[in-house]
Write a protein that binds this ligand. Structure first.
Ligand SMILES: Nc1ncnc2c1ncn2[C@@H]1O[C@H](COP(=O)(O)OP(=O)(O)OP(=O)(O)O)[C@@H](O)[C@H]1O
Ligand SMILES: CCCCCCCCCCCCC/C=C/[C@@H](O)[C@H](CO)NC(C)=O
Ligand SMILES: [Ca+2]
Length: 502
């Protein structure tokens, strides 16, 4: 293998100890010089500087800057006293901010300050590292940021201003920030008004609902400009080239958690800064030949549809609304009759549709694992990102106790599918037709707040529920139709339709 020349190598002082600092093969490394062993350690990268060597890939450097040298320097947020001798012999310094990978997918930004004997050398280090950073073309420079001030615990604005904006500014990313004033503000702005050519990406600060707004705005705009009719389920969607980042500030944050592994704003900001990206599956949902919505995480009918419908009336409770509505829905124990047809993900291009007619407690189509803090392994732990399929989980009518066993297994290591009343299929398309078919006039009544079915449900005399159909939970939004047709629009061989920053 060809040996790459060292870009730079110098003996520099770090925490009053001499280190051999090298920039080579897209890596910044520093290791103790033999002389350093004779000096006493006085603090370091994580508190105490251990003898040894350290390295940071250039791709994980956030920024580099020349630092004022006082006899005191601030490293890792703590003031360190430089010895008079060190300040005398190494009066110039530069600081490198880099990604510190913690445990459980959590990232932090750490600083390391190197002291140089002369100003020219210090300047050369800063310039050389900056040149290396400029070679990283996947990093965003201009971002459009939407903040939902009412998502989750209503902390979106504070989270952005205190935790994210300082990191973006350190990484020299410029931003246009819009604090949303109503639901669908971000979607409508992206769909028609935003000057998208100005940006390398769009960032949403909020939960799954905000991410959904952003993908709807971007996908719809791209299709309209390309002349693609979204109402036609057979149309091939044109990919959008803008990436989307999520700063988690919602209630479930399932899309962030299932892709990054944690719902932590600082971790997500750092992924955005270094230009990481992850493709996702997007499915389109139609009713007859009318486009309803896109989905990237969960399409849930029955249990998750009912939890969402009930929880929307309790938004004021914040994230706790899902626990209250979850318990209520579990106790209600509604089941719904209908027919599920699906196209299994077989290697054969023209697969055969399978049809299952039954009474279901839940029908869940998970395009990704749907992991979230409540269920760290998710609704379908083995679901793949960007493979053009979803895991269709069918939970048939069973006793409350059995259903509780199934639900509780989402929170433990036990297999939630290893139960006689649960089956899972990997699918490329599916349809659902409720036993009691809806008509458009009935839906108009439903939309205007009146009951769809005013009679007491025949199948649920004990609970006295007034509807025979559930709603679909589409990434946390309620769909107005029970009868839907779903298609995964990602082409798994040609890459995903949508790529985004994590
Ligand atoms: N300014 C606003 N006022 C009212 N609603 C808004 C505003 N901005 C966005 N929304 C809507 O708020 C809803 C919820 O937002 P978001 O997804 O950010 O939080 P969440 O529902 O608490 O979290 P999660 O979706 O992760 O459960 C979305 O449907 C979005 O359309
Ligand atoms: C009675 C004990 C119940 C324990 C059940 C734990 C199972 C939790 C699984 C949560 C999966 C959430 C899937 C994500 C859905 C999101 O799209 C949506 C919007 O954010 N959130 C919800 C709660 O619908
Ligand atoms: Ca998938």
């Amino acid at each position: 293998m060809e040996k790459q020349p060292k870009l730079l190598s110098s003996q520099l002082l770090l925490k009053n100890r001499l280190f051999e600092v090298t920039l080579q093969r897209a890596t910044l490394s520093w290791k103790d010089t033999p002389a350093a062993g004779r000096r006493r350690a006085s603090g370091g990268i994580n508190g105490t500087l251990k003898v040894g060597s350290y390295c940071v890939p250039v791709s994980e450097i956030i920024a580099v800057r020349e630092t004022e040298v006082d006899s005191r320097t601030k490293d890792d947020g703590r003031w360190q006293k430089m010895s008079q001798a060190s300040a005398g012999t190494h009066p110039f310094a530069f600081t490198v901010s880099y990604v510190d990978r913690g445990s459980r997918h959590r990232w932090r930004c750490s600083d390391v300050t190197f002291h140089c004997p002369d100003g020219a050398l210090c300047h050369q280090w800063v310039q050389t590292i900056k040149e290396q950073l400029l070679l990283l073309t996947n990093r965003p420079k201009h971002l459009l940021v939407y903040i939902n001030p009412f998502g989750g615990k209503q902390q979106g604005k504070r989270i952005y201003e205190q935790k994210v904006a300082p990191l973006f500014s350190r990484a020299s990313i410029s931003t246009d920030v819009i604090v949303t004033e109503r639901a669908n503000h971000a979607r409508d702005h992206l769909r028609t008004d935003a000057d998208l050519k100005k940006y390398d990406g769009v960032v949403c600060v909020g939960g799954d609902g905000m991410f959904s707004e952003v993908i709807h705005g971007l996908i719809s705009r791209t299709q309209r400009e390309a002349g693609v009719d979204e109402n036609c389920p057979e149309e091939k969607l044109v990919p959008c080239d803008l990436r989307i980042g999520i700063i988690p500030a919602g209630s479930t944050d399932c899309i962030c958690y299932a892709t990054v592994g944690v719902n932590d704003p600082i971790t997500s900001a750092l992924h955005i800064i270094v230009g990481d990206s992850q493709a996702l599956d997007v499915c389109s949902v139609h009713h007859n030949s009318t486009f309803l919505r896109y989905s990237v995480s969960l399409l849930g009918y029955g249990f998750y549809g009912d939890v969402l419908t009930d929880s929307e009336r309790k938004r004021w409770m914040g994230p706790a609304r899902y626990d209250i509505s979850g318990l209520k829905t579990f106790l209600t124990h509604n089941y719904y009759e209908g027919t599920v047809s699906f196209l299994p993900n077989l290697s054969c291009r023209y697969g055969r549709w399978q049809v299952i007619r039954s009474k279901f407690l839940a029908i869940n189509a998970a395009s990704m694992s749907c992991a979230c803090p409540r269920s760290p392994k998710g609704l379908s732990p083995a679901a793949h990102l960007a493979d053009g399929t979803a895991d269709l989980i069918l939970v048939r009518k069973c006793s409350r106790l059995d259903f509780l066993r199934h639900l509780l297994r989402h929170t433990s290591k036990d297999d939630q599918f290893d139960l006689a009343f649960v089956e899972v299929h990997r699918v490329r398309r599916f349809r659902f037709t409720p036993k009691h078919c809806e008509s458009d006039s009935e839906l108009d009544l439903k939309e205007s707040g009146k009951k769809l079915f005013s009679h007491i449900c025949r199948d649920h005399p004990a609970c006295g529920c007034a509807t025979v159909n559930s709603n679909w939970n589409c990434d946390g939004e309620i769909l107005q139709h029970a009868a839907i047709e779903v298609r995964y629009v990602t082409n798994p061989w040609a890459g995903a339709q949508i790529s985004w920053l994590l």
